[in-house]
Design a protein around this ligand. Sequence first.
Ligand SMILES: [Zn+2]
Length: 215
Amino acid sequence: MDIAVGGSRPGDSAHASGRRRPNRSEAAAAVRTLIEWAGDDPDREGLKDTPARVVRAYEEFFAGYNEDPIALLATTFEQTAAYDEMVVLRDIRLESHCEHHMVPILGKVHIGYLPAGRVVGISKLARIVEVFAKRLQIQEALTAEIADSLQEALKPRGVGVVIEAAHQCMTTRGVRKPGVSMVTSRMLGSFRDDPATRKEFLSMIAGHRSLPNES
Ligand SMILES: [Zn+2]
């Protein structure tokens, strides 16, 4: 996984949103405020390097803003006349953060598509999940973004994306429902229109839909 790691980026670049990006020390000051808000002393020994560590962690958690998913897929086309059956990649590890509470969403992504002359390397399918997961997300949007980008880049006969994930904002706070997972799907083209294709995809991922260990 190539993740942008601290030190490799200027601290004051413009964001995709067009807003001025705070620099690292401004971000660290915000973390310090949250520590104080939680009720602790940001100057005590165990916490004094925490704001800087959190900022570096955020650079990894949200590295997806720096990548263009379509460019990622466009560079890896291969022609394939010989293979026109369904391609399925199951159990892609999902680590994202919910945009409402900024806490982890952990789960699995299953992707299937029916090629129309082109395929993409399986590592690229995993990378495309990362590009969208390493942003602030809701699961419904994440599912749609992965499917739509594959449709746009590969122009296959159909695409299916299923995500099953646990949201820590549900399991560790609020309603506190450990063990609950949410399933979302996006079916495009023949995956939506052809019941046999949809059924084939769902049967290929059946049994792989189980809640991942939260670690
Ligand atoms: Zn949430």
